[in-house]
Ligand binder design. Structure first.
Ligand code: ATP
Length: 304
């Protein structure tokens, strides 16, 4: 089994509108997969389909190597927090967890207490959930998704509306569970910067379409500081760069080279290229932030 979960042409159509359009995502065991997209991009709809809460209009997904009906049999190994968690507001966190354990047939003693500890709610005591802060509610939602020791946990916007400390706490909890229990996570968010601190892989979704999938390293490389050099002869240009002692560069396409060192020496590079008969068609220093990159990809700041 190459992927713990992958989708093949996954599509959801509401009337004439394709909320999710032929999406192929690939998630390996141990990934923390960040699904990024603006409001309305289709994230929740994807998560609902792969959790068995909505049926695809077209396409399919495979879970633990199984597709179709067989995949649904593995749903007990998937924990979800999609939209508001189904909690009983007049009960405490521990009571809510015990109820979920009961509903899922988890009989082991002390599970509720252990999960409260895991998500940092051990001091919530008898406080009713209706009096919880948003951060506490989100953490309880995560704890509820963890009942039954799932291998895969799907969290829809778990950091939405949290203050920076709440975000940091959720991040820490998820990292710990990923490392210590090898739980694979899929987390959606509309804030790339926040997910970038935790996700190992990304899927960028826009208007129902998956624009790109990449690893953390690939994303960071795209956003790293660099000189972008356009030239008519990349082969010869590489020889010139190496002659200048530049080793950290990458040929991106037939006319573009990215140079990741000596960022202040673009003048010297242009001169050396000219001396060797290589024409420079353009040379710029790029320093895109993650958010710049994301906005460029999805076309502007509207609705972000
Ligand atoms: P948000 O973060 O705002 O929830 P999202 O990326 O999760 O955004 P979805 O909730 O998946 O986006 O919605 C994608 C599109 O599908 C939106 O245009 C939404 O209006 C539409 N949509 C979602 N559910 C339904 C439904 N049950 N009936 C009709 N349209 C729907």
């Amino acid at each position: 089994m190459e992927y713990l979960l992958d989708t093949n042409g996954l599509t959801k159509q509401y009337g004439r509108h394709k909320a999710v359009n032929a999406v192929n995502i690939h998630i390996r065991q141990g990934d923390i997969y960040g699904l990024i997209g603006r409001n309305g991009a289709g994230k929740t709809t994807i998560l609902k389909m792969i959790s068995g809460l909505a049926a695809p209009s077209e396409g399919e997904f495979s879970l633990f190597g199984k597709t179709g009906k067989e995949a649904y049999q593995y749903m007990s190994r998937v924990g979800t927090l999609i939209e508001a968690p189904g909690v009983y507001p007049n009960m405490s966190a521990a009571e809510n967890l015990k109820l979920k354990c009961l509903a899922m047939g988890v009989r082991k003693k002390g599970v509720a207490e252990e999960l409260l500890n895991t998500v940092g709610l051990q001091n919530a005591g008898k406080k009713k959930v209706k009096n919880f802060s948003l951060g506490m509610k989100q953490r309880l939602g995560i704890a509820l998704a963890l009942v039954g020791d799932p291998d895969l946990v799907i969290l829809d916007e778990p950091i939405n509306g949290l203050d920076p400390q709440g975000i940091a706490e959720v991040r820490e909890t998820l990292s710990k569970l990923n490392k210590e229990k090898n739980i694979t996570f899929i987390i959606s968010s509309h804030i790339l910067e926040e997910l970038s601190k935790i996700a190992t892989n990304y899927g960028i979704i826009h208007d129902g379409v998956l624009l790109q999938e990449m690893t953390r390293d690939e994303l960071l490389a795209k956003c790293s500081e660099r000189i972008e050099l356009k030239t008519n002869d990349t082969r010869k240009a590489c020889t010139v760069l190496e002659g200048m002692g530049i080793e950290h560069y990458k040929v991106v396409d037939a006319s573009t080279i990215q140079v990741f060192e000596r960022l202040n020496d673009s003048g010297d590079i242009t001169m050396a290229l000219a001396e060797n008969g290589v024409k420079t068609m353009g040379i710029t220093v790029k320093n895109e932030t993650l958010e710049d990159y994301y906005l460029n990809l999805t076309g502007g700041t509207e609705n972000v």
